[in-house]
Design a protein around this ligand. Structure first.
Ligand SMILES: Nc1ncnc2c1ncn2[C@@H]1O[C@H](COP(=O)(O)OP(=O)(O)OP(=O)(O)O)[C@@H](O)[C@H]1O
Ligand SMILES: [Mg+2]
Length: 259
């Protein structure tokens, strides 16, 4: 289980960032008082527009960022007190950390497997399963820089799952993929869910949230503004589809911001 308890993350901005963001404030509240629980055997989807705070929240869960306030536990381990235990329990994928382009998928897979303390035989066994599932076998010795966007993403996913983690944290896993490749990824996430893993993903794709996620948390301007199953969200907001629900909540948020 992942429990995020009143997470707030504030970035300190340097002068260049203040100019870029057209602000006079030297602070940016990226995530504000966010609480949620992601359970075993379920896919939790964090749905939000650009800049909503999805990556920031997931990076805090993955121990890559220190929360400004609040706490997070992953499988009972506190991310600040037991970061190593958290890191060995999670598979983390983000579009901001790329595999090193000069190495091959196979090299990266063995490298990360060894980092997780696996034996060569264990890594090979996992490679056989994951590379064949994602169709990476024939590309395994090519340089990552020579692979297509889809193949790079699939290689990154395979590498993130080398140690068969209990908890899967995927930031926009189908970003930039065509529908066939994206379907391969979402089908695999469903399989992992059915295997009893804890899964949290972020997305801004409505259909992905609708079709894939058991629970959807809508995040706008760093705050969770709604949460529930698809059916619950539609009922709470008296809407027929998720896009209408999203826009309703988005407009409410932004009118509040102006008022
Ligand atoms: N390192 C940083 N320093 C300062 N501000 C940052 C930093 N990283 C993110 N931000 C700001 O924090 C806010 C949340 O960013 P974040 O990347 O978490 O959003 P996101 O929901 O993942 O967006 P996207 O859909 O574009 O990936 C944005 O306003 C962003 O500009
Ligand atoms: Mg992001």
């Amino acid at each position: 289980m992942i429990i995020i308890d009143h997470l707030t993350k504030v970035y300190k901005l340097n002068k260049k960032q203040m100019v870029e963001m057209k602000t006079k404030k030297n602070m940016k509240v990226a995530v504000e008082d966010l609480s949620l629980t992601a359970e075993k055997g379920k896919i939790y989807g964090l749905l939000g527009p650009n800049g909503a705070g999805k990556t920031t929240a997931l990076r805090c869960v993955a121990t890559l960022l220190k929360p400004t306030n609040g706490s997070i536990t992953v499988c009972g381990h506190d991310i600040e007190k037991e970061p190593e235990a958290v890191r060995s329990a999670i598979g983390f994928l983000t579009n901001e950390i790329k595999l090193d382009p000069q190495f091959s998928p196979k090299y990266m897979f063995y490298f990360f497997g060894q980092l997780h303390g696996m034996t060569e035989a264990q890594i090979t066994e996992r490679k056989n399963v994951l590379f064949s599932h994602f169709g990476i076998d024939e590309f395994q010795d090519k340089k990552i820089s020579e692979l297509s966007t889809g193949m790079k993403q699939k290689a990154a996913i395979a590498v993130s799952l080398v140690h068969d983690p209990e908890v899967i944290i995927f930031d926009e896993p189908t970003n930039g993929l065509d529908i066939v490749t994206a379907r391969g990824v979402t089908d695999y996430l469903k399989k992992l869910r059915d295997d009893g893993k804890v899964i949290i993903i972020s997305t801004h794709i409505m259909t992905e949230a609708e079709k894939l996620c058991d629970t959807i948390g809508i995040i706008i301007n760093g705050k969770k503004v709604a949460e529930g199953t698809l059916a619950e969200l539609l009922e709470q907001n008296n809407c027929n589809d998720l896009e209408d629900t999203f826009f309703k909540l988005y407009q409410e948020q932004n009118t509040e911001g102006i008022a």
